[in-house]
Design a protein around this ligand. Sequence first.
Ligand code: IMP
Ligand code: MG
Length: 192
Amino acid sequence: MATTTPSFPSPSVMEVLFSTEQIAARVKAIGDQITADYAGLTKNGQPIVLIGVLKGAAIFLADLARSIQVDNTFDFVAVSSYGRARVSSGAVKLIKDIDNPIEGKHVILVEDILDTGLTLSYLRGLMLQHKPASLKIATCLDKPERRLVPIEADYIGFQIPNQFVIGYGMDYAEVYRNVPDIRLYPEEAVGH
Ligand code: IMP
Ligand code: MG
């Protein structure tokens, strides 16, 4: 389980929203869907490029890459928001770019949570400048109620209401990323 400090509640007291089995089943279903969608496109030997958004998407990407049955490779980007004012300012900054060119490649942006949409709409715009052959979005979780900009994912693990969750790569203050399932973070613990 996660390494916790006294100020952070143990994951064992948190409600499990999605079990490891439920997550694995959805990742397999998305992998199968991507396999079917891209089977014809990758016949020329060009692997799909999965681009994960650090750090939250790392675990979802690791599982997804292995559930896709056509050649795929991966890269990572990292973004930072300008503090907690992000939601009002909408400002997102790239702090780590892709390592390899994606021009002419079939690209899937892989994110942990599609929330306000600010991060993914910024990254989509940035990636499109590289002229990929195609660009799609896969997200483990989607919180449609929270959207501030119009953007939808092509592949979605689960839709959830406006609740804060941790585990399976997702953190609260960098804690809980290693929790293997997805749990509800208690409202009363927010703000520590
Ligand atoms: P947005 O779509 O630009 O608002 O950003 C989504 C990002 O916010 C995700 O990649 C997560 O890093 C973070 N985030 C949003 N909701 C949650 C949550 O419930 N738990 C953990 N991180 C979250
Ligand atoms: Mg994130």
